[in-house]
Design a protein around this ligand. Sequence first.
Ligand code: NDP
Length: 382
Amino acid sequence: MQSITILGATGSIGTQTLDVVRANPDRYRAACLTTNRNIELLADQIAEFHPDLVVVREVRAAEELRRRNPGDVEILVGDEGLLRAATYPDVEVVMSAMVGFAGLVPTIAAIRAGKRIALANKETLVVAGELINCLLKDLGGSLIPVDSEHSAIFQCLAGESPSEIERIILTASGGPFRELPAEEFARITPERALKHPNWSMGPKITIDSATLMNKGLEVIEARWLFDTLPGQLSVVVHPQSIIHSMVEFIDGSVKAQLGLPDMRLPIQYALAYPERIANAHPRLSLSALGTLTFFEPDTGRFPALRLAYEALERMGTAPAILNAANEVAVAAFLDGTITFTDIPRLIERALAEIPVRDAPTLDDILEADTTTRRTVRSYTGC
Ligand code: NDP
């Protein structure tokens, strides 16, 4: 029986991780669950999964949960509580599924405590990939990707030598605006951008998918997960989201991993690795699908992808600046403060104006994040 902490248990990845736990009660136990403030759902999760510890980051929501007295469970609050869940003694695997930069510090704590990491929180590797790799190397830790593209690449690389990789090809759905003319982009509303054609995800990653920043963040994530050069990372738009990504080797052979778009598969793969678990999920039928299509990404209409490549080339704190600027801009777009086309514009301005630090420490990364948030908020007047 494997005990799991789920950081971000009330989110899209968190609830699907609990689906996997529910389907495999003899293998997994949800020992610690965390949320930002969704105590309604957390209370249901406590009643069903009987965790030892739950953490609510927001103080008022935590107090409300305590008032409701949800039974025999320890309730902690705030960042201290998140660290306790990330390092909880009985836990072997930490599912890192909080959204955004907030996931970085608890994930580092979990690595330091010797936990195996199932990583959904891509922002952790985007902002601090080099640091995380050094920690994993020094401590002999292991980190298995949950992002479907990176899970696909990880599976393609099983039994292969990293020195024989020619190129990694990340697939992108292209999002809801793949065919929308450039002149209509400024009129895109949050409601339209929140409707992803293939995946049901949290709001931040859904907007990132619509701008293609999600693919940019994934390119940076792949650079650190698979120790490749930026020039070895390419993106192809594949609207059906059936091929989750590919690896081309030095002899020209290309391996791909296919499946229906269902995050429970990469989640259970990361939890069970190196085993596979049978399940009753719907199966892929290529003949029913008929056609799979592929296109080059259009970085003219989707400049966020270009900006991510530029931040990756620049390195240092540039990816942390890119990430923080994106988080602030996406929140401002969802609030109705800025337009869809302002998102990459603000990120580009932040990358041009905020000084980059080379070989950053964790403190440098935290500072770059804080400075960028303050600066980009001053651009939007919020
Ligand atoms: P959601 O927004 O659905 O869920 C985020 C979770 O984190 C919720 O439990 C939320 O609590 C909690 N949370 C948010 N902010 C904080 C904070 N400041 N402190 C503590 N907890 C917080 O996100 P997703 O599940 O969609 O995404 C999670 C991560 O996984 C992201 O990094 C995303 O890029 C990545 N990912 C997601 C995929 C998907 O299919 N959804 C696919 C691949 C990767 P509350 O419920 O109270 O808001």
